[in-house]
Ligand binder design. Structure first.
Ligand SMILES: O=C(O)c1ccccc1NCC(=O)[C@H](O)[C@H](O)COP(=O)(O)O
Length: 228
């Protein structure tokens, strides 16, 4: 008897930390589902004043453009969303459920991020659930994001909330086989960042393309695990 692998043929893909116009266009051509732009001035991927609002507004409507913020006021977040025509706010700091609720009430698609380590508890998610379109689980590290290291994905094994989530943290080409067959409850997509860069905020489109092909490929009999 052979086993059917539990794959995620529809796993959504987000490329985060984009900054440069040519690179944005090159990566958009790969048709990611989300693209992230960092509005945190301490990050090496901070968009600063280089981001071209007209270019962002010309990207395909199916590509969700995400502003990434760390402990900013809602006033600042809403201003950036409007200025660049962004579709969602990804919150990487100590934002409260009340702050998320206010953004949601203003019509914003909220992605609240949680840093994952051995102390993580699923209970902390509950008060955020009514206000978030997605959660994003990222490795806790010295920086609020973009640390380039993975966490133990099994911390999400008992996830039961109705909020879908993106998995982040050091994801790399070598993780593709495991990610294709990852069956975690609530898993909606993957977030790719520093492991696909040739320099901060400069993505290697060829490596991303390879990753996309691997993750989006339909399972073949050659990919089936042997019967147990
Ligand atoms: O990437 C950054 O520099 C960054 C800085 C501050 C807040 C968030 C940031 N990144 C947000 C992301 O969604 C990253 O893709 C996520 O942290 C995973 O990054 P990596 O571990 O490099 O794959």
């Amino acid at each position: 008897m052979s086993t059917t692998p539990e794959t995620h043929p529809s796993l959504r893909l987000k490329v985060c930390g984009m900054k440069y116009a040519d690179n944005i266009a090159e990566v958009a051509a790969l048709e990611p589902d989300f693209m992230g732009f960092i509005f945190h001035s301490a990050s090496s991927r901070f968009v600063g004043e280089t981001l071209d609002a007209r270019l962002l507004q010309s990207l395909p409507p199916g590509l969700r453009k995400v502003g990434v913020f760390v402990d900013e006021s809602n006033e600042f977040i809403l201003r950036q969303l409007g200025r660049y025509g962004l579709d969602a706010a990804q919150l990487h700091g100590h934002e409260t459920p009340a702050q998320c609720a206010e953004l949601r009430a203003a019509g914003v698609m909220v992605i609240k991020v949680f840093g994952m380590d051995a102390d993580f508890s699923l209970d902390q998610l509950t008060p955020y659930a009514p206000y978030c379109a997605f959660f994003l689980f990222d490795t806790k590290g010295p920086q609020p994001g973009g640390n380039g290291t993975t966490f133990n994905w099994e911390l999400l094994r008992d996830y039961i909330l109705p909020v879908p989530y993106l998995l982040a943290g050091g994801l790399d080409l070598r993780h593709a086989p495991a990610l294709r067959h990852l069956t975690l409850p609530g898993l909606y997509g993957l977030d790719l960042n520093s492991r696909f860069e040739t320099a901060p905020a400069l993505k290697d489109a060829a490596r991303l393309s390879q990753m996309f092909r691997l993750l989006r490929a339909q399972p073949t009999s050659a990919a089936l695990p042997t019967a147990r």
